[in-house]
Design a protein around this ligand. Structure first.
Ligand SMILES: [Zn+2]
Length: 246
């Protein structure tokens, strides 16, 4: 989960439109929030990701749900209130169910910064306080099949790449291979890995947390700095990781 910046509400969602959709929901219970202008805006600001688990909700199997942070059955007046809507995958939406977020608040990634309340350890998310812990429990963020296995896959692949880069750099340092081709392979490879951890990519909180907590990454950065290979783009990419790591 990463901090999301909620844009202004879609212009189509005027006060009168909001009132008429709310009245329709209260009288008929229909899915009045299913409007293209609503889903498009939600997908735009989340980069097509679930606001909770960061999976790609445009993938056929994931299904975009318009998530009502405060549940629509208990708080029908908020059924199309823009600040109450989040993009979510079907699984997270279903797992959260009818949890009452007024009585027992959890992280809203548009209002709270998840990094303040969550951290990642051994592929499991840990709450830094009760607010974080309740969020993990309500959203089942340590579900083994859905989340922990995926984090292990991401972590294992990232760690493998970091070990490869470290090996290539050590060869470069020793003078065994100092071609421009080798140099570019190292720098571009590290950049590509860091690009996978930026906020617009799926599972960016996991990827960035794993990279930044790796001692291999620290070593790679120190060696590239020594060789004068660490450039401003790498600095920017590392900063991008820091913004989303938990
Ligand atoms: Zn999700």
């Amino acid at each position: 989960m990463i901090k999301l910046i909620r844009p202004n509400k879609p212009t189509e969602l005027t006060a009168s439109e909001q009132k008429s959709l709310t009245d329709e929901f209260k009288s008929s219970g229909t899915s009045v929030w299913r409007k293209d202008y609503i889903t498009k805006s939600l997908l735009d600001y989340s980069n097509n990701k679930c606001a909770y688990c960061e999976c790609d909700i445009t993938e056929e199997s994931k299904y975009l749900e318009v998530e009502h942070f405060h549940h629509k059955d208990d708080y029908p007046d908020e059924v199309v209130v823009w600040d109450n809507l989040l993009p979510s995958c079907k699984k997270c939406n279903g797992t959260k169910g009818t949890h009452d977020t007024y009585k027992e608040p959890i992280i809203n990634p548009c209002d709270d910064n998840p990094q303040d309340f969550l951290t990642l350890k051994n592929y499991r998310i840990k709450g830094k306080d009760d607010f974080g812990k309740l969020t993990i429990s309500v959203l089942d963020l340590n579900n083994q099949d859905r989340h922990c296995k995926k984090r292990f896959e991401i972590g294992n692949a990232a760690q493998e790449k970091l070990e490869d880069f470290l090996h290539l750099i050590e060869e470069y340092e020793s003078g065994a291979s100092t071609s421009t081709r080798r140099k570019n392979r190292i720098i571009n490879g590290v950049k590509d890995l860091l690009r996978l951890a930026q906020s617009d990519k799926t599972y960016s909180a996991t990827t960035s947390s794993i990279i930044l907590s790796s001692s291999d990454f620290d070593e790679i950065k120190a060696k590239l700095t020594n060789l004068n290979f660490w450039d401003s783009e790498l600095t920017d990419l590392e900063e991008g990781c820091k913004k989303v790591k938990i």
